[in-house]
Write a protein that binds this ligand. Structure first.
Ligand code: SF4
Length: 350
């Protein structure tokens, strides 16, 4: 199977600590690569023939050489998406992004400061994300007015139970506050990493009914948007390997900051390093991992979101490295008790 898309975590350093962060950024060694290693990984991605790459993390703007890598990949014909919390986006960063990214996504997790900052784990993150969106929208308008091309601008909202009631207000506000915004994208938190642990599942992960209600709310949300702004709801079951929903997800290669390739998406299993041996050999091992009887049995057992979380916990504990397993054990112990999440009122109304 040919790789269609790369997800590249450029670093696990991040100014924020979101409760749903599948990559556990800010809570694991950053493993930030040198500019030389960034360039070598970009070469591997270009040579693979893939059509798309998502540069995320962690916060990709922290990594020296991210912009040159993005520019080279885009010039080689890839669609380059950069995902940022917005914390580090200033005028210079916005103009750099305009020169190297096909699309820029700023993550926001609430219509209110209190909700966003609580979920994103840092006071001030709501205001900085909005400032980033404002800057990026203005730079885009200016460039387009001058006849120059610019990134597509998106905001991405990860839906959990305690912010689901704010999705309508978010669409109505953000699509009017930032002229130049192209899309608002919703997707439920995926039960991977810390979001697969039982306390998160009990408090914050959408139930199957809430997930279906979110998908059914697409029309209502689109009707709330300002004219010309697209609203989409991603079916996150796309990330389950070999699920009936997962078709294109199977052709995604996920690279960690130092070049290690994950066997599949957000699971902890690693199958080799793409700068140490030919990419095709490492990719073949990733595909073989997906055919492992234990993996296939666990994936086949997924009939609900709760099953998916259980399977993710089992796969991470079996296939993670010793260091991964130690971190996972601390993750459970460190997880603080929090109030029971507010019911997902916005979804009930769908
Ligand atoms: S901003 Fe992104 S990478 Fe950073 S903690 Fe939040 S979800 Fe993780």
């Amino acid at each position: 199977m040919r790789v269609e898309k790369f997800v590249w975590d450029l670093t696990y350093a991040c100014p924020l600590q979101c409760v749903h962060c599948y990559s556990e950024s800010g809570r694991r060694p950053a493993r930030t690569p040198s500019p030389e290693l960034v360039a070598r990984i970009a070469d591997v991605i270009i040579a693979s023939g893939a059509r798309r790459v998502s540069m995320s993390g962690g916060e990709p703007l922290l990594v020296r050489g991210w912009d040159e890598a993005a520019r080279r990949m885009r010039d080689a014909g890839l669609h380059v998406s950069v995902f940022t919390s917005g914390w580090l986006v200033d005028e210079a960063a916005a103009r750099t992004l305009a020169g190297c990214a096909s699309s820029v996504t700023v993550s926001m997790d609430g219509a209110t400061e209190s909700t966003h900052d609580r979920i994103r784990g840092r006071r001030g993150s709501f205001l900085r994300a909005r400032a980033a969106l404002g800057l990026l929208a203005r730079v885009k308008r200016e460039r387009e007015a001058a006849g120059a091309s610019c990134y597509a601008l998106t905001t991405d909202y990860t839906v959990v139970r305690s912010n689901a009631g704010e999705v309508d207000a978010f669409v109505a506000d953000v699509t009017r506050a930032f002229p130049g915004l192209d899309e608002v994208r919703f997707g439920m938190a995926v039960p991977e990493g810390p979001a697969a642990e039982e306390d998160f599942v009990a408090r914050e992960l959408l139930t199957d009914d809430e997930m279906h209600a979110l998908h059914d709310a697409r029309g209502r949300l689109a009707a709330l948007a300002a004219e010309g702004v697209r609203v989409s709801v991603t079916d996150m079951r796309y990330y389950i390997p070999y699920s009936p929903y997962g078709g294109p997800g199977a052709a995604i290669a996920h690279i960690e900051p130092d070049g290690q390739l994950r066997a599949f998406g957000v699971y902890e299993a690693k199958v080799g390093n793409v700068v140490d041996e030919p990419f095709e050999a490492v990719w073949e091992r990733a595909l073989a991992w997906r055919r492992d009887p234990f993996v296939m049995e666990r994936i086949a057992s997924i009939a609900s979101i709760r099953d998916w979380a259980r399977a993710a916990r089992e796969l991470d504990r079996r296939f993670g490295s010793d260091a991964d397993r130690k971190r996972i054990a601390l993750r459970v112990l460190k997880s603080p008790p929090r109030p029971v999440a507010e019911a997902a009122r916005g979804l009930d109304a769908a």
